[in-house]
Design a protein around this ligand. Structure first.
Ligand code: SF4
Ligand code: SF4
Length: 125
């Protein structure tokens, strides 16, 4: 007899969802409908907003090479500006779309997408 009133841990929920859906239903019958519904809510949860941050030590422009990929391809006006070829991300304008990260040609991607932080603006390390 299954105990439908037992709470399930988050880990247990993920394990359950990783199984084929039919098997999952076979094992738990309709008892986990609430889990399925709960997981749907989880998957619909708002993602953590991200912001781009340029790591100077990996950035080609910082190393003296010409590179304007991020500033040219950023779709958000003013989110990346350059001064003497050096890019700066303006966190207040960055939407976190990750295009700059995806297109950065540096051997070690110079753009990190980090959790939004109101105090972050621009480049650093
Ligand atoms: S695309 Fe990458 S390497 Fe090029 S300037 Fe931007 S951060 Fe630097
Ligand atoms: S994450 Fe998107 S909006 Fe933000 S700086 Fe990069 S390309 Fe621009």
């Amino acid at each position: 007899m299954s105990d439908r009133s037992q709470p399930i841990s988050r880990r247990g929920l993920f394990r359950a969802l990783a199984r084929p859906f039919s098997r999952h239903l076979d094992e738990h019958g309709g008892a986990d409908a609430s889990l399925v519904n709960g997981s749907a809510k989880d998957s619909e949860a708002e993602p953590v907003p991200k912001k781009a941050v340029i790591q100077g030590r990996f950035c080609l422009a910082y190393q003296g090479s010409m590179c304007f990929t991020c500033s040219e391809r950023c779709p958000e006006p003013g989110a990346i500006t350059t001064d003497k070829g050096i890019p700066t991300v303006h966190a207040d304008r960055c939407t976190g779309c990750s295009i700059c990260h995806d297109l950065c040609p540096a051997p070690r991607n110079a753009i990190l997408m980090v959790d939004q932080s109101p105090s972050r603006d621009g480049i650093h390390p």
